[in-house]
Design a binder for this molecule. Structure first.
Ligand code: ZN
Length: 157
């Protein structure tokens, strides 16, 4: 049975750390993927990265409504286009930030079975995967807020 994990929210230090690559997708990682998917669904999010549940591992999950995508050690191979859309984040409750990102991304990584996969994502899925990969590099959408948005967000904390 998948567990619901506790989500770390800003300003938890783990959110600023560069996450470590994983050596392989073993039983422990498979269970973590399942727990992350359950935690993402429970929080009504469309994506989640391992640092958000306090683990310095390069593992992300996403689900934009077509079923979960799970990737370990994701690498962005190619991006195309650009688009501006509002994003939220389970680690920044209540924040909505307009973020400019590519609207297509080719991402390589290991799936939940440890197989190497290449995902050609478009639109929302590309956006979510790129947002989650930012988490692995210690980046939050907070940096993309205007000064005024930051002040408003910090006042609510
Ligand atoms: Zn996030």
């Amino acid at each position: 049975m998948a567990k619901i994990l506790q989500i770390k929210t800003y300003p938890a230090k783990i959110l600023r750390k560069i996450a470590q690559p994983i050596a392989e997708v073993a039983q422990e990682e498979k269970e973590l993927f399942e727990d992350m998917v359950a935690t993402m669904h429970n929080g009504e999010g469309v994506g989640l990265a391992a640092p958000q549940v306090g683990l310095s591992k390069r593992m992300i999950v996403a689900d934009i409504g077509d079923g979960p995508v799970m990737l370990a050690n994701p690498e962005v191979i190619e991006v195309k286009g650009r688009d501006r859309m509002e994003e939220g984040c389970l680690s920044l409750p209540g924040a909505l930030v307009k973020v400019v990102r590519p609207n297509e991304a080719t991402i390589k990584g290991l799936d939940e079975n440890g197989e190497t996969v290449e995902i050609k994502a478009k639109g929302l899925l590309a956006r979510v995967l790129l947002h989650e990969i930012d988490h692995l590099n210690g980046k939050l959408i907070l940096e993309r807020m205007s000064l005024w948005q930051k002040i408003r967000f910090k006042l609510k904390q």
